[in-house]
Design a protein around this ligand. Structure first.
Ligand SMILES: CSC[C@H]1O[C@H](OP(=O)(O)O)[C@H](O)[C@@H]1O
Ligand SMILES: Nc1ncnc2[nH]cnc12
Length: 297
């Protein structure tokens, strides 16, 4: 771990992390920032992790696509990202993501806190396990209900005057980087998906394997391409709407961090691995134990 100090450094651990997606490359209100370079057994994370204080609470911030948005959704090193956050002691991850809406009532500039996910990704490694250690984690409730509840309450506290917040929605994750065809978009609607994105899987699976509570604040940017009258999504269109909402998202994050710190909620994720590990630790070889060390402690 290398630490490059931006301002005088204090804590080098954090209970709470924010993963910033498209359009959220920093948290403006973060003070006393210090940047940490972490290597993991799964390679380097998307970027250095910035630790700082938000309303007096230490927060770890990681840009999912790296500074300059250089990593496609398929290229994001999901395992390294989650592992690196785990080594910092993170117990809660707030994921911020741009999404397309697959349902009329979910409009651009609304926010959504999903409670379900469908994984349609095709070429991502979605587990820390294998090669000498087996775990079958429960993904019945892929997003932490306690953390999702905090995000919804944080939205209310942030008193945002445009758009609305929709708790409970199904997020479908496609491989990308291309947006969907109209036929796919209509099919996802038939599957009862509500919002569509390209990144929250396998991120949510890996967070669960790492026993970290994970929930998503999804920012609706477009109507994908199923809508009879709205124009089909383009990156340009999605990012323009995202920029309009980035400031509001930061207000919600600030309230959420304060609530998490005050309540420190128990999560179904926190003991997830204990119930899922099939291979006894004593049966693992030394290399496997070292590779998984941060997850097994
Ligand atoms: C620029 S729109 C498409 C892009 O935005 C979303 O990324 P993220 O979840 O990191 O905000 C979506 O999944 C695509 O990667
Ligand atoms: N329509 C869409 N499809 C996939 N990812 C998205 N991110 C934002 N809008 C999206």
């Amino acid at each position: 771990m290398t630490i490059s100090t931006i301002e005088p450094s204090t804590a080098l651990s954090a209970d709470i992390a924010v993963i910033g997606g498209s359009g959220l490359y920093q948290i403006q209100a973060l003070t006393n920032k210090r940047s940490v370079t972490i290597q993991t057994p799964y390679g380097s994370p998307s970027d250095d992790i910035v630790l700082g204080e938000l309303e007096g609470v230490t927060v770890a911030f990681l840009t999912r696509h790296g500074q300059g948005h250089k990593l496609t959704p398929s290229e994001v090193p999901y395992r390294a990202n989650i592992y690196a956050l785990k080594t910092l002691g993170v117990r809660y991850i707030v994921s911020v993501s741009a999404v397309g809406s697959l349902q009329e009532p979910l409009k651009p500039l609304d926010m959504v806190v999903p409670d379900q996910m469908i994984d349609m990704t095709k070429q991502r490694v979605s587990t820390f396990f294998g090669e000498g250690a087996v775990a079958h984690i429960s993904m019945a409730d892929p997003l932490c209900p306690a953390l999702a509840n905090i995000l919804t309450r944080a939205y209310d506290k942030a008193e945002i005057d445009e758009g609305t917040c929709h708790p409970q929605a199904t997020y479908i994750c496609i491989e990308g980087p291309q947006f969907s065809t109209r036929a796919e978009s209509k099919w996802y609607r038939q599957m009862q998906a509500d919002v569509i994105g390209m990144t929250n899987m396998p991120e949510a699976k890996l967070a669960r394997e790492a026993s970290i509570a994970y929930a998503t604040l999804a920012l609706v940017t477009d109507f994908d391409c199923w809508h009879p009258t709205e124009e089909a999504v383009s990156a340009d269109y999605a990012i323009k709407n995202l920029m309009k909402n980035a400031e509001n998202a930061q207000k919600v994050i600030k309230e959420a961090v304060a609530l998490i710190a005050a309540e420190s909620p128990d999560s179904i994720a926190h003991n997830a691995l204990a119930q899922a590990l099939v291979t006894p630790i004593e049966a693992m070889d030394e290399h496997t134990k070292i590779r998984l060390a941060a997850l097994l402690t």
